[in-house]
Design a protein around this ligand. Structure first.
Ligand SMILES: [Zn+2]
Length: 184
């Protein structure tokens, strides 16, 4: 049976890219790479961090991705025409919404199951927060989970946070490849 492959694009939003309110260094560099590979997947899902103003999440983080602001929009370079399904997370006042599996507008695990997805490829921002939380949840839900290491970028509050996050994902069963290896 054909293995259905889904690309999950985590939080490619203006506020997480250079110039944004919670910018990830070189976060925008991954956008063209992600655009290049999108067409190779049966299903493409893209998430956005979407907080209400006054969210308790902003006690831990600078204000970012507030619903209705340009910072919450997808990076303008991302080819959203190829996205089949959009999800939002962090939408309540108490909700951190790190993982795409905590989406408030869609039960992601249920949706992927209903679409018979067998392999989940994860990319986006940021490696050491939302990507990591999403990958660990995907593994917990039993999905074969592949991280595209050249299509993620880390915040690195502490040096090497991104490298450590990648290591932890691998220890939990994630497969780490680059987008060049996709067809192998
Ligand atoms: Zn957030």
């Amino acid at each position: 049976m054909h293995k259905k492959r889904c690309l999950l694009i985590v939080d490619i939003q203006n506020d997480f890219c250079p110039g944004g309110l919670l910018a990830v260094a070189r976060g925008d560099e991954i956008v063209p790479r992600i655009n290049r590979i999108m067409g190779r997947f049966d299903l493409v899902v893209a998430s956005r961090d979407m907080h209400p103003a006054g969210s308790s999440h902003f006690k831990k983080w600078p204000v970012h991705c507030v619903a209705g602001t340009p910072g919450a929009d997808f990076h303008p370079g991302l080819d959203i025409n190829k996205v089949h399904c959009f999800i939002e997370k962090g939408t309540t006042l108490e909700d951190d919404g790190y993982s795409d599996f905590e989406s408030t507008n869609l039960d992601l695990a249920g949706y992927l199951g209903s679409q018979a997805v067998s392999e989940l490829f994860v990319c986006g921002l940021a490696t050491d927060y939302c990507v990591q939380a999403t990958v660990l949840d995907a593994l917990r839900h039993g999905f074969k989970t592949i991280v595209l290491a050249d299509c993620i970028r880390a915040v690195d509050v502490q040096p090497e946070d991104g490298a450590r996050a990648l290591q932890e994902m691998q220890q939990h069963g994630a497969i780490i490849i680059t987008s060049e290896q996709l067809d192998i």
